[in-house]
Design a protein around this ligand. Structure first.
Ligand SMILES: [Zn+2]
Length: 340
């Protein structure tokens, strides 16, 4: 596990679990709590190089050595730690376990709040992410001959998933995020649209900092439902990092639980087999309330008003016009880059 002073500390999920227990969510007739399993090496290697997996295994046993060429460094975002390989196999395996239940038709949707580690690259850890469980899930689903729509609503660009499917039209990746001009990883512009058969199948909506609910919902509605409908996927995979929330200490979007509920209801409304996971989210109160709301939407259970933000920010006047103009531009750019 990451140290307790690391932003991706495991403690951040306890609040979600406790909130859902308090609400009786796991007693709901639609709820099933699955035990995770370890991901298999062959599953990890669907996305990652054998050399990288070997390096992570070595770092897991002996984290004091230098693994910086693999993106793992003591003073970087993603420090090596004892047992990191095993912990990452379990995080990834939890996503895969849910995916298998969904693909086999036993569940309509699965959610792994510990997953969504979308920055990990083929041979490099990045941005707190070691094994890229959303990309692994998309790859395993694609290997069954199914078309996958991957939608990433983390505040950061889903760069690792985009890179994994940049040259294929079998996985459509759509990422809505704060522009790389002001936020890590500095990528995710509309002109990153894929290559070869994948041209037009990598969609990026690069939102301006301070995008609020109204602008965010408009952007989502203009891009995601129409492109998903046009693509006609067999399976929906979502990364629901909640660091787009207005109280998040690491980002500058101003999204509230209201906009998030709207977006997750739209996911549900697609009526597709749905593999969902968490992602970033560093304000513990917002994480606990936000993902609890989203889990309740997945269950089709009522949402207690008290879980929502009391007073979400909303721009007026000149700031309203500026935010709307910038998000409209991001939408136009994203749609212009899309497959037709
Ligand atoms: Zn993030």
């Amino acid at each position: 596990m990451y140290r307790d002073d690391h932003p991706l500390k495991p403690r951040r999920l306890i609040g979600v679990h406790d909130t859902l227990v308090r609400l009786g969510a796991f007693d709901h007739p639609n709820a099933v709590v699955l035990a995770p399993r370890d991901a298999r090496i062959a599953e990890i290697e669907r996305i990652h190089s054998p050399e990288y997996v070997l390096a992570v295994q070595e770092a897991s046993v002996d984290p004091e050595m230098d693994y910086s060429r693999w993106g793992l460094s003591e003073h970087g975002d993603t420090p090596p730690f004892l047992g990191m390989h095993e912990a990452s196999l379990l995080t990834t395996g939890a996503t895969i376990r849910g995916m298998e239940e969904v693909l086999d038709g036993r569940l309509r949707v699965s959610f792994n709040g510990a997953g969504g580690l979308h920055h990990a690259m083929r041979s490099r850890a990045s941005g707190f992410c070691i094994y890229n469980d959303p990309a692994i899930a998309c790859g395993l689903i694609a290997d069954r001959g199914l078309k996958v729509a991957y939608v990433d609503i983390d505040a950061h660009h889903g760069d690792g998933v985009q890179a994994a499917f940049y040259d294929t039209d079998q996985v459509l990746t759509i990422s809505l995020h704060e522009t790389g001009r002001s936020l890590f990883p500095g990528t995710g512009f509309a002109d990153e649209r894929g290559i070869g058969k994948g041209a037009g199948y990598s969609i990026n909506v690069a939102l301006p900092p301070y995008t609020d609910d109204r602008a965010y919902v408009n952007a989502f509605d203009a891009v995601v439902p129409p492109l998903v409908a046009r693509f006609k996927p067999d399976v929906l995979v979502t990364q629901q990092g909640i660091d787009s929330h207005f109280t998040d200490p690491l980002t500058h979007l101003q999204v509230s639980t209201r906009a998030r509920e709207h977006v997750v209801r739209a996911f549900r409304g697609f009526g597709l087999p749905w593999v969902a996971m968490g992602g970033g989210g560093y304000d513990l109160d917002a994480v606990a309330r936000g993902w609890s709301i989203e889990y309740l939407v997945m269950l089709d259970a009522p949402i207690p008003e008290g879980l929502h933000d009391a007073d979400p920010p909303a721009w007026t006047g000149d700031e309203r016009d500026a935010v709307d103009a910038a998000t409209d531009q991001a939408v136009r750019d994203a749609l212009a880059a899309a497959f037709s």
